[in-house]
Ligand binder design. Structure first.
Ligand SMILES: [Zn+2]
Length: 243
């Protein structure tokens, strides 16, 4: 299947573990939806405070830098808001505390579409998926179904915060290869994706040569993903449509 079955979602939420995850996974799709009028919200479980090999950089300072980078990148994509839950990077777990925090955001912004990481993605021949990515994906799925929907889950969200249950019916899991079931044509927004990724300067650097190879890599990868569906550039997802 190509594209979403429901046309343009009114409100989209992407939940990820770290700054830059959302932009690597889905910035082309999110920018496309934003251009078509969707409200896009980013929710980040951690602020990526361990994302450096430099012992001189203090995690709390890095978190501030990375939040700023993510806000700028999200603005490039056209997002309406970015929420940082500020769990410690590297040790994220699928806890009830995190689930409640995600339910709070889902009930607050009422997305029609949730985009998140695929918790079943563990490893491939040359890659082990970051445990935070799996934890963020697992908790996002647990939050959207059924906790955000059910009145009696986290009732204090209703009684103390006035956040009524919300049903999100469409879920896009970042997925590639045999796991993907939906391909989104991002030919018109690939440049937005690259521009958003360039804002994550603490991760991708500022050296022009390095940035050029980043752009080449993103385009090459997106072209590979789109090739089977006659798209110049694409992002792919595993699509769930709840009834
Ligand atoms: Zn990550």
């Amino acid at each position: 299947m190509v594209e979403s079955t429901n046309g343009n979602p009114k409100r989209v939420m992407i939940i990820v573990a770290h700054p830059d995850d959302a932009d690597f996974m889905a910035a082309g799709t999110l920018a496309k939806w934003a251009r078509q009028g969707s409200e896009v919200y980013y929710v980040l479980c951690t602020s990526g405070d361990k994302g450096t090999s430099d012992p001189e950089v203090r995690p709390q300072d890095l978190a501030v830098t990375r939040e700023k980078e993510q806000r700028t990148a999200a603005a490039v994509v056209g997002a309406k808001d970015v929420v940082f839950l500020r769990y410690p990077d590297g040790i994220l777990q699928n806890t009830l505390e995190l689930r409640k925090d995600l339910v709070r955001q889902i009930r607050r912004y009422k997305p029609d579409v949730l985009v998140c990481q695929d918790p079943t993605n563990r490893y491939s021949d040359n890659y082990i998926n970051h445990p935070d990515h799996r934890a963020a994906g697992d908790t996002a799925l647990d939050a959207v179904f059924p906790s955000a929907r059910d009145y009696h889950m986290f009732t204090e969200l209703v009684t103390e915060e006035g956040l009524m249950p919300h049903k999100t019916l469409e879920i896009y899991l970042g997925a590639q290869g045999a796991n993907a079931t939906v391909w989104v044509d991002i030919a018109d927004t690939i440049d937005v994706k690259v521009a958003a990724l360039r804002e994550h300067k603490s991760q991708v650097g500022e050296d022009p040569e390095r940035l050029q190879s980043l752009e080449a890599r993103i385009k090459e990868r997106s072209a590979e993903v789109g090739a089977a569906h006659a798209m110049t550039y694409a992002e792919s997802f595993r699509y769930i449509h709840l009834r």
